[in-house]
Each structure stands twice: as C-alpha cells, then as structure tokens.
Ligand binder design. Structure first.
Ligand SMILES: [Zn+2]
Length: 237
C-alpha cells in the first residue's frame, strides 16, 4: 500500500478511537449524575416533610394554649356557681361552661388529628431516608466500578494520543491537509474501505477503473461520488 494512504488509514482509525472516548465518559458520568439527582430530590422531599412536621407541631402547641384557656373558663364557671342566685344567672353560667367543654373536646380532637398526620409524615420520611441509603449504596458501587473503567479509558486515550502525535510527525503536510478537509464534513468516515466494489462511506458502487486503482493502492484514490478517501482492506471481513 502507498505509504501516505497507509498513514491516512491509520490516522483515521486513531481519530475514530479518540472520538469514541467522549461519549463513553459522558455515559458513565450521566449514570453517576442520575443517582446523585435522585439523592438530591430525596433530600428536598425530606426537608419539605420536616418543615410540614414543624408547622403541625406549632399548630398543636397553639391548640394546647387554647385547651389551657378552655380549662380555665370551666374552672371559673364552677367557682362562680356558688355565687350566682337567679335562675337566669345559673342558666347563663351553665351555657358558658357547656360551650367551654365543647371547645375543649374539639381542641383535643384536633390535637389527635394533627398527631395522626405527623405520624404519617414520619413514616414517609423514614421510607425516604431508607430509599436514600439504598441509592447511596448503589452510587458507591457504581463509583467503584466506573472509576477503574474511567482509569482504563484515560490510559487508553493517552496511548492513542501519543500514537497520533508520532504519526502526525511522520506525515506529509499536504496529505494531512487533504485529509482534514474531507474530515470536516465526513467526520470519522473520511477514509473508508471498499467492499463489494462499493464505497463504504456513501455506499455507491464505484466504477471498474477507480476500483482497480484502489486495489493497486499505489495512489490516494477518492470516491467519485462522495470524495472520501478509499482503500482496500488487507483482510476483508
Ligand atoms: Zn463514496
């Protein structure tokens, strides 16, 4: 094979490899971020629940203050009962006492209701915290797994970069510029094999003359349809 063509085939394979690392790293980080987001969302939910519980506790203590008030009213009424004389006064006092008793009962019921709500909230809070622990454990597991994967990718990547550097050092500038020009639009398919007499970039059949030139591999041959650089694979898959 023509030396320049051989270098181009190598370079295109190296470039393809280099471009493959970013999505792999992105995919790994995406997985990690997904778990971290889940944990953050649980933290927010727990905080909301805790605020709601605080609010309910305030309501309970307010209601307790009312209970003290109603109890005092009932006590006052029974104190006054010795002093009242007329039927009318007794009736009024009884009415006052009954009202206070009703309010007391309602306040006690309200407290039980609020306490039940707090119980439910505590249960969901506990469930969320348990779920958070599970996600944290799987995040840790994932971090351990991917850290070696990332290390492997980094090692591989620096090796490939070194390969590219030394290859670029050997290459002819004109050939390189030609390649970069095609690569601008063809990305990682700037240099493609010919299989079954077809360009593997645009998948069009190439004519016999071009095909025989590709097989001879004496020159850099481009696809007459798309302009990609063509080569004949040494061992066709
Ligand atoms: Zn083509």
């Amino acid at each position: 094979m023509n030396k320049y063509l051989e270098q181009l085939v190598n370079l295109s394979q190296i470039d393809k490899k280099i471009d493959s690392y970013a999505p792999r790293i992105e995919g790994i980080n995406g997985e990690l971020n997904e778990k971290k987001d889940e944990i953050r969302s649980i933290d927010e939910q727990v905080e909301t629940i805790e605020n709601e519980i605080e609010e309910l506790k305030t309501q309970i203590s307010n209601t307790n203050a009312h209970i003290v008030e109603f109890n005092n009213k009932i006590k006052d009424a029974s104190k006054k009962s010795g002093a009242v004389k007329t039927e009318k006064e007794i009736k009024a006092l009884n009415l006052e006492e009954d009202l206070a008793k009703d309010q007391l009962e309602a306040a006690n019921e309200e407290i039980s209701r609020l306490e039940r709500i707090i119980d439910v909230k505590h249960t969901s809070e506990a469930e969320l915290k348990e779920k958070k622990l599970e996600i944290e454990a799987s995040l840790k597991e994932l971090e351990n797994r991917v850290s070696s994967e990332l290390e492997e990718i980094e090692k591989d990547r620096s090796k490939v970069y070194a390969q590219k550097d030394s290859l670029l050092g050997e290459m002819n500038q004109k050939v390189l510029t030609f390649y970069e020009k095609i690569r601008k639009w063809a990305k990682n398919t700037a240099v493609v094999p010919v299989r079954k007499q077809a360009c593997y970039g645009c998948f069009m059949k190439i004519n016999d003359k071009t095909y025989s030139n590709v097989i001879k591999s004496e020159d850099i041959v481009t696809c007459p349809h798309c302009g990609r650089i063509l080569y004949k694979e040494t061992n066709e898959e």
